[in-house]
Design a protein around this ligand. Structure first.
Ligand code: HEC
Length: 108
């Protein structure tokens, strides 16, 4: 195969695996959401916050954007033993949760 074609094919295959990087304003908005939604009340993040629940500093190594989003939107009755103290953010607008999930999934 010609190298150019091969490179294009590789790029095409890799693109969906990488979430779009956040713009500066999206990044700031996500940081504000993280504070406003009270995540720090239970989670440690960038050396501030509580250690009640796990740190979210490198959560992107464990969960991807969709998995984090799903976790935030789980209804109370869908929660298992490990997650039962994690509040449900079902009533928070989905676009805000999506942005927050993208922001967290990039923490590696
Ligand atoms: C009242 C305490 C509390 C608050 C507030 C809270 N969480 Fe959690 N969260 C938990 C607990 C408890 C767990 C399950 C134990 C763990 O994974 O540390 C959890 C789990 C998680 C997980 C899965 C972690 C993993 O390793 O699988 C994510 C992601 C998460 N929380 C994100 C958030 C975000 C984002 C917010 C703010 C929008 C938030 N949490 C607010 C208590 C909380």
């Amino acid at each position: 195969m010609r190298p150019v074609l091969f490179t294009l094919l590789l790029l095409g295959l890799c693109t969906p695996l990488h979430a779009e990087p956040l713009s500066k304003s999206e990044y700031r908005q996500a940081q504000r959401l993280f504070v406003a939604l009270g995540c720090r009340a239970c989670h440690d993040f960038e050396k501030s916050g509580s250690t009640l629940a796990g740190s979210l500093d490198r959560i992107g190594l464990k969960l991807n954007e969709e998995e984090i989003l799903r976790r935030l939107q789980l209804a109370p009755e869908e929660r298992d033993e490990a997650n039962k103290y994690m509040p449900s953010y079902q009533t928070t607008p989905a676009d805000q949760l999506k942005l927050l999930s993208r922001f967290l999934a990039a923490r590696k």
